[in-house]
Design a protein around this ligand. Structure first.
Ligand code: NAG
Ligand code: NAG
Ligand code: NAG
Length: 407
């Protein structure tokens, strides 16, 4: 390779000399162009090194600032953590204080004996101790878990299984005024359904009002205003007729006038419901209120076969801020909330059988949802509640304990 470079140079030189000889103008032009190029490159280099220097300066200035920003961010994060920790512990404290506060619980064992209730003109025994028919003797200790199943229908409604039914059918009553019950063959069909298109529809002869209906043993139990002049003034005003409707045969099999006058919506926060029907291990119950004592709830035990009222009680549970209720083992549990909706809580219970003592009654909160319960249906077999919360269908699993402390 060695000898080839001088050779190349010599060739180039002689070529350029001969070029210069041949095209002197062109060569001069090329040289000028080269000079300009060189100048520009020099300028460019100059600029680049200046930019590099500026960038270095900038970086040197920014580095400490970045450091500060990073430290501030970390401090903010720590502060946010500690604030949310403090909020959590505050909420726990409030929960604790509320659970310690002796004025809130209004559990009362029914010991009044006979004939104490205001007015006794209604049929059936009033305010007498209830004799249990089953041996169930437990009470709620807490709401163990919540499962949001889906969102279906409007903000208010009712969904339930038949607590007596051998089937897994899901019954859905959407809205506070309608006449069509949707029946899904299995829970899966309901969870997967996006609309009620595939559901079996059963139309009831009279539209329901409110969310107090009950599916029990293949029947839909619900209330309606008895036919009578809307002019008012007659004795039937503010009374309700109970209807027993066979869902498979689609026939009304029985009806009766509920033996209480001057009915008013029992729950302060659920205005459309005039009578709330409930099922437990013992059978059928009704929660209602009358003008006679417009501050507290009444409870009645119904005969599911005849729709007759067997017994009635005046409970100490206030109507104010009540949103729903249910019955377990002969004990009424009333759920309270606020408007606008906040955390729901069982704040009052009334044991018709007189077994549950106030010290033994838990007053649990529902898991945090900030919704309003339009209805709560208890299923004794599953020991869970079917809740309709602002259009969401929710299952609450309950944890139970014995009503009486074991000695
Ligand atoms: C209802 O009250 C009347 C008196 O006010 C009394 O004689 C009657 O025994 C009471 N009935 C019942 C079922 O308590
Ligand atoms: C029942 O609800 C549907 C829509 O959800 C409505 O079209 C229908 O009119 C309602 N029926 C009654 C009797 O209110
Ligand atoms: C339902 O209909 C069947 C057949 O018509 C009848 O045997 C049965 O007694 C009915 N059940 C009720 C609860 O009406």
């Amino acid at each position: 390779m060695g000898p080839s470079i001088p050779l190349l140079l010599w060739l180039l030189l002689s070529w350029s000399c001969s070029l210069q000889g041949q095209y002197p103008d062109y060569m001069a032009y090329l040289e000028r162009q080269l000079a300009t190029l060189e100048e520009r490159m020099a300028q460019c280099q100059d600029q680049t090194s200046r930019h590099a220097a500026e960038l270095r300066d900038f970086k040197n200035k920014m580095l400490p600032l970045l450091d500060v920003a990073e430290k501030e961010r970390e401090a903010l994060r720590i502060e946010a953590d500690s604030i949310s920790g403090r909020v959590d512990s505050l909420e726990r404290e409030v929960d604790y204080l509320e659970s310690q506060n002796p004025t809130l619980p209004c559990v009362e064992v029914d010991e009044k004996g006979t004939g104490v209730g205001p007015g006794n003109k209604s049929k059936g025994r009033r305010n007498e101790k209830y004799d249990m028919m089953t041996d169930c003797g437990y009470t709620i200790s807490q709401v163990r878990s919540m499962k949001i199943l889906k969102r279906f229908g409007g903000p208010t409604g009712l969904w339930t299984k038949d607590p007596l039914g051998p089937t897994e059918k899901i019954f859905v009553l959407d809205g506070t005024h309608n006449d069509t019950v949707f029946i899904f063959p299995r829970p899966r069909d309901f969870t997967l359904a996006r609309t009620a298109r595939k559901a079996i529809r059963v139309r009831v002869p009279f539209p329901w009002k409110g969310t107090g209906q009950l599916v029990y043993g293949g029947f839909l139990y619900y209330a309606r205003r008895p036919p009578g002049g809307p002019g008012g003034g007659d004795k039937l005003e503010n009374t309700l007729q109970l209807i027993k409707f066979h869902l498979a045969n689609r026939t009304v099999v029985d009806s009766s006038v509920f033996p209480a006058e001057g009915l008013i919506p029992p729950y302060g926060l659920t205005a459309d419901t005039y009578i709330d029907l409930a099922a437990d291990e013992e059978g059928l119950w009704a929660v209602y209120a009358t003008q006679e004592d417009d501050r507290h709830l009444c409870l009645a035990k119904l005969d599911p076969h005849t729709l007759g009222t067997e017994q009635q009680w005046d409970t100490p549970c206030p109507r104010e801020n009540a949103e729903a209720a249910f019955v377990i083992c002969g004990t009424l549990y009333v759920v309270y909330n606020t408007r606008p909706a906040s955390r729901a809580r069982i704040q009052c219970s009334f044991d018709a059988s007189g077994t549950l003592s106030p010290e033994r009654a838990a007053l649990p909160y529902f898991p945090r949802r900030y919704g309003a319960h339009a209805s709560l249906r208890y299923n004794p077999r599953e020991q869970q509640l079917y809740a309709w919360d602002d259009g969401y269908q929710i299952l609450y699993k309950l944890e139970m304990k014995k009503k009486e402390e074991e000695i």
